[in-house]
Ligand binder design. Structure first.
Ligand code: ZN
Length: 238
C-alpha cells in the first residue's frame, strides 16, 4: 500500500530529476510485493537509482515543503485580518480584497505571495498603504543588507537587534521600500499575541466603502437605489 509520504517522495525525486517515472513505478511494484513494508526511498537505493545523499536531499525537500505549507496556512489567517484592515482603512474595496484572496488561493506553494504583495501587483494598493497597515499591526519590514531578504517583524522595537535567519547579518530598516514582499521573521513576536492591543482604531471608513461593506454583509441585500438619490462619492485614487 503506497503511503502519502511515498507518493510525495516519488514526486520530489522525479521533479528533482533524480529518477524517472518508470523507475518509481518499478519500485512501487517491488514495494507492493515485498513481504515487509519498506519505504520507497529504501527500495530506490537498493535498486541503485538514488544515492544515500540524494535520499537525504529528498527528505530535506519534503520537510521544507511541509514547513512551507504550515507557514502558508498561518499567513492566510493573518492575511484575513490584513484584508479586513484594508477595507476598514478604505484603501480598497471588498471586491478587490476578495479577488486578492482568490488569486492567493490559486498560487502554488513555491510562488506564494502575501496578500499585500498581491494587492500591490494588482494595483489595488500602494506600497505606502501596505506599510501603513503593517505599522498599524505593529509590523515593520526590515531588510538584510547582505542577502536582501525582507522580513516582517511583529512588535518591532526601534533599536532592537534582529538577525537575518538566513545569513545572520543584522537587519536594518530600509531607507526606501522597494517592494512589500517580505517573509515573517521567526524571531518576531509571540504567536497568539493580540495584534496591536490598545491602538486607536483608524478613522471610520468613507461612505462609499461603508456602503460596500454593508452591501457585502450576509443576508442584508443592498437597499434599492431611490430615484433621485445621489450616488455615493467615488473612492479617491491613492
Ligand atoms: Zn541575510
Amino acid at each position: 500500500m503506497l503511503s502519502r509520504a511515498d507518493i510525495l517522495f516519488g514526486k520530489i525525486a522525479i521533479n528533482a530529476g533524480m529518477v524517472s517515472q518508470d523507475q518509481i513505478d518499478e519500485c512501487i511494484h517491488i514495494q507492493e510485493k515485498a513481504p515487509e513494508p519498506k519505504p520507497l526511498g529504501m527500495i530506490l537505493i537498493e535498486k541503485g537509482y538514488i544515492s544515500e545523499k540524494q535520499l537525504e536531499e529528498i527528505i530535506e525537500i519534503q520537510k521544507r515543503n511541509l514547513q512551507e505549507k504550515a507557514i502558508h496556512s498561518r499567513f492566510k489567517r493573518e492575511d484575513g485580518l490584513f484584508g479586513r484592515l484594508v477595507i476598514r482603512f478604505g484603501f480598497a474595496t471588498e471586491d478587490q480584497v476578495n479577488e486578492a484572496v482568490r488569486i492567493q488561493a490559486k498560487m502554488e506553494d513555491d510562488l506564494f505571495m502575501r496578500m499585500g504583495e498581491v494587492m500591490v501587483r494588482k494595483g489595488f494598493l500602494t506600497n505606502e498603504q501596505v506599510t501603513k497597515i503593517l505599522d498599524y499591526q505593529k509590523k515593520k519590514i526590515l531588510t538584510c543588507p547582505k542577502c536582501s531578504t525582507q522580513f516582517n517583524v511583529i512588535m518591532f522595537q526601534p533599536g532592537a537587534l534582529i538577525k537575518c535567519y538566513k545569513c545572520q547579518n543584522e537587519l536594518v530598516v530600509p531607507e526606501q521600500l522597494v517592494s512589500v514582499a517580505a517573509e515573517d521573521h521567526p524571531a518576531s513576536g509571540t504567536p497568539g499575541v493580540p495584534v496591536a492591543p490598545g491602538i486607536t482604531p483608524p478613522p471610520l471608513p468613507r461612505p462609499a466603502v461603508a456602503a460596500a461593506i454593508a452591501a457585502a454583509a450576509p443576508k442584508t441585500p443592498p437597499p434599492p437605489a431611490r430615484p433621485g438619490a445621489s450616488p455615493p462619492p467615488a473612492p479617491k485614487a491613492g
